[in-house]
Design a protein around this ligand. Sequence first.
Ligand SMILES: Cc1cc2nc3c(=O)[nH]c(=O)nc-3n(C[C@H](O)[C@H](O)[C@H](O)COP(=O)(O)O)c2cc1C
Length: 200
Amino acid sequence: MTQTTQHDRPDENPQVMDFLLNRRSRPAKMLRAPAPDAPMLRRLLTAATRVPDHGKLEPWRLVVLEPEALARLAALIEARGAAQDMDPAQVAKAAQTFRGSPMVVAVVAAPKPSEKIPEIEQILSAGAVCLSLLNASLAQGFGACWLTGWPAFDRPFLEQGLGLTEDEQIAGFIHIGTSDATPPDRPRPDLDALVTWLRA
Ligand SMILES: Cc1cc2nc3c(=O)[nH]c(=O)nc-3n(C[C@H](O)[C@H](O)[C@H](O)COP(=O)(O)O)c2cc1C
């Protein structure tokens, strides 16, 4: 029998670690068609929903938005912006992120009534779905990014446009498509300023 020392890590996966150390989003405006096809999207969503979920409540759901739906939602954003007398530039920018995107997956936080699992834990699990979908898309070679913007908080937009119930919220709009370039990285956190070691 081989002896296992403290330093043997048979599950080590340097390629995944290298991905995590270097991953970065692609700006939505850099994404173009093709978006993932249906079998590929199923693979990405399977990876995305393999997340920690306290109590196995599955307190999230996914709405896949294809180009015609994105065009309809962009028009609804314009209507909602006008109805609220919003800054036209802000409205146009939000509409364009939908109209210009090859595919968006809306990750919906759908907390379940539970005496045991606090709502924040359920919403964090929805956030985990967002990051997993983003990372799965990047790992599969797509460009992707996680956006929200004011429409993610506009109840009429969410309920009329996307069919959310009043108890549901948007955790993120994950834009996925093909990206031809990798933009320069942004500055990353200074760990020394953020990490405290309690050694006793
Ligand atoms: C919940 C959430 C919402 C976000 N919404 C926006 C947004 O509306 N507009 C934007 O420019 N960036 C937004 N971002 C930030 C983008 O995802 C940004 O590109 C990201 O910080 C890139 O990080 P990465 O390269 O580590 O993936 C959001 C991020 C999160 C976590």
